[in-house]
Design a protein around this ligand. Structure first.
Ligand code: APR
Ligand code: ZN
Length: 236
């Protein structure tokens, strides 16, 4: 059997049916906040309290009892478990719903909202508490040096070498629940095409990058992702 190396990319659409807002849908996060106020290093330097409040609210939402992984997260975790060859799930999401569904071969290229990073010692540690300008680093006990471990606009996404290597080797690239608005993630399909991979978009509607995909299946992630995974596992 030809080695079948899979790379999956997910965006906010995969978590939408779990109750987490997307960014660019009609009622999305960027319809209520300005990126320049809450998601850039300059915003954090200018008004750290406002940025902490933004992530504290999103972290509390994520930790609310009703927010759970959905059938799309579960299907992707099952695909990883049952796939006989290489598999990598790259998510733009900073929630932990893929982990809670059982995904392990996972990269958070935009960071994770349940972790914090210290500007003084560089330590990245788990954190579910609200953050403030007075929060103390567990590793070096500095105060006021903690920021959410997330990638802001203008910052370099994480693990790009690892992701680039997987894209260069993959035979199958599946994009789920992303609008194709933000690079470098929006450019991954071009890298997969250059590697000669089969490229499939699974989304509510065609994304900005839809014309770069060989195939597109459109509908809610909890319907189309389990169907696609079942068909793939039926004939790997
Ligand atoms: N099922 C499938 N797709 C869905 C669903 C759903 N239930 N709900 C929404 N979508 C689709 C939308 O049609 C849209 O194409 O998910 C996509 C969400 O797009 P965005 O809101 O732009 O989110 P995303 O693509 O993840 O944004 C990328 O931008 O602001 C930054 O860092 C942030 O990681 C984020 C990045
Ligand atoms: Zn520290």
């Amino acid at each position: 059997m030809k080695a079948r190396r899979i790379v999956v990319l997910t965006g906010a659409g995969v978590s939408q049916e779990s109750g987490l807002d997307t960014f660019r849908d009609a009622d999305g996060i960027w319809s209520r906040y300005r990126v320049e106020d809450v998601a850039t290093p300059e915003a954090f330097a200018r008004n750290p309290r406002q940025v902490h409040d933004f992530y504290n609210l999103r972290r509390r939402n994520l930790l609310a009892g009703h927010v759970k992984p959905n059938a799309a997260h579960a299907a992707l975790a099952e695909l990883e478990r049952r796939w006989p060859d290489e598999f990598l799930l790259v998510t733009q999401n900073i929630d932990d719903l893929h982990e809670r569904a059982g995904s392990r071969k996972l990269v958070h290229m935009h960071g994770e909202m349940r972790k914090v990073r210290c500007a003084a010692c560089g330590a990245v540690t788990a954190n579910d508490a609200d953050l403030s300008v007075d929060s103390v680093c567990d590793a070096c006990t500095s105060s006021g040096t903690l920021r959410p471990h997330v990638v802001w606009f203008g910052e370099m996404p994480l693990e790009m070498e690892h992701i680039g290597g997987a894209l260069a080797r993959c035979n199958l690239f599946i994009s789920v629940g992303t609008s194709g608005n933000v690079y470098p993630a929006a450019g991954f399909v071009a890298e997969a095409n250059a590697a000669g991979a089969r490229t499939v978009e699974l989304n509510l509607e065609p994304s900005l990058s839809h014309s770069h995909f060989a195939e597109g299946r459109y509908g809610k992630a909890t319907a189309i992702v389990p169907d696609f995974v079942a068909a793939l596992l039926a004939k790997p």
